[in-house]
Design a binder for this molecule. Structure first.
Ligand SMILES: [Zn+2]
Length: 155
């Protein structure tokens, strides 16, 4: 191992030596030796064989949760930035008829300032403090077709 591979001619020559010689002692022929000299005669850039061993993992669930929270927050902000009035959005659902719901955005995304429940056309939509939400009109599948949808009047 070397800290600063300089690729000067003497160091390139040193690289051609057998490994047991290449990484032992000091490399006094390096053109940059004066820069790396230490008072004890060795160099900060001496070649050495070292043994690497993995540090025991100190797993902390809080680290994973904090990372997940930051990732989800980033996704929310990016999605909110892409959602505008008139564009279409989709989200997964556990409805037997649909794998996902599609909607047309009618009110631009907002970030909730408190826990709220919005009632639209007989359905409750809970939103937690800090979450992003928008409003829209549902799309429904056109019968017999595979991927055709039509905007309904339902919010
Ligand atoms: Zn060198």
């Amino acid at each position: 191992m070397r800290r600063f591979p300089c690729f000067c001619k003497p160091c390139l020559d040193k690289m051609k030596e057998p490994i047991e010689l290449r990484y032992t002692g000091t490399n006094n022929n390096c053109e940059y030796r004066d820069i790396f000299n230490k008072s004890d005669g060795t160099s900060y850039n001496d070649w050495k064989l070292i043994k690497l061993s993995p540090k025991p993992k100190q797993y902390r669930e809080e680290d994973d949760l904090a990372q997940l929270e930051a990732t989800v927050r980033g996704i929310r902000i990016r999605m909110a930035g892409q959602m505008h009035v008139g564009v279409f959005g989709a989200y997964i659902t556990d409805d037997e008829r649909y794998d996902y719901y599609i909607f047309k955005c009618t009110v631009a995304p907002k970030q909730s300032d408190g826990n709220k429940v919005f009632r639209r056309d007989g359905n409750d939509f809970p939103v937690k403090d800090g979450e992003w939400y928008c409003e829209g009109m549902w799309l429904d599948k056109v019968p017999i077709t595979s991927n055709w949808h039509v905007v309904t009047g339902q919010k």
